[in-house]
Design a protein around this ligand. Structure first.
Ligand SMILES: [Zn+2]
Length: 211
């Protein structure tokens, strides 16, 4: 940090002691008073799309019935259907055809929006492979004992402090384990998905690897 920033801009600062911090170092939190006229950055835009591979038969059935009712409301352009001129350039026929096609595609897209699961932004479900099975239970335990230890006035010694340290160490070890064995965990899942022929799980796993 520059000396000028240090002397002119810091309103207050503190050190954060967090149970979730796996490092030997503690982060310094600073509240800075800076006059910034405009701050902008480009964020990658995420567009949600229907996730057909995740759609189950109940979704497909729902999609069919919604699509059917939307299609029923579309008026078929009979004049257009009766025109057999393959080189037809009549402006009203072209416009009518465009309109009809737009209505049909719109009907499919809108029905999917209602009935089919949609894709989520990458990392939305916190996808560290193995987290929910291996780490989450130990993290819950660690948080429980950390809170209890906090409530006891953060003692340096004693049973609660010991258990807090032990559960925290187990939680950190699990995090290191899933990070180190990320590829093995994914490979194992793919092998399981393939052996049980669960094609959707298989593609889900492939997607996770690509993220
Ligand atoms: Zn025509």
């Amino acid at each position: 940090m520059s000396a000028q920033l240090f002397t002119d801009s810091i309103r207050w600062g503190c050190v954060l002691h967090e149970v979730n911090n796996l490092s030997d170092h503690d982060p310094v939190c600073l509240c800075l008073d800076l006059s910034i006229a405009r701050l902008s950055y480009d964020k990658r835009k995420f567009t949600a799309r229907p996730s057909w591979f995740r759609a189950k038969s109940v979704h497909i059935d729902h999609y069919k019935s919604v699509l059917q009712s939307v299609l029923n409301k579309i008026v078929i352009p009979h004049d257009l259907c009766l025109c057999h001129d393959v080189h037809c350039c009549k402006a009203d026929h072209v416009a009518s055809l465009d309109e009809y096609v737009a209505q049909l595609t719109d009907a499919c897209l809108k029905s999917a929006e209602v009935a089919i699961p949609f894709t989520r932004p990458s990392g939305y479900n916190g996808c560290i492979p193995g987290w929910s099975e291996v780490v989450a239970p130990l993290r819950d335990q660690s948080l429980f004992w950390h809170n209890l230890w906090s409530d006891c006035g953060r003692p340096h010694q004693g049973l609660v402090a010991d258990i807090m340290r032990k559960t925290r160490a187990r939680y950190y070890r699990a995090v290191r384990y899933v990070k180190k064995n990320k590829d093995d965990i994914v490979n194992k899942r793919i092998a399981e998905a393939l052996s049980e022929n669960r094609s959707r799980d298989f593609w889900g796993e492939i997607k996770r690897i690509r993220q």
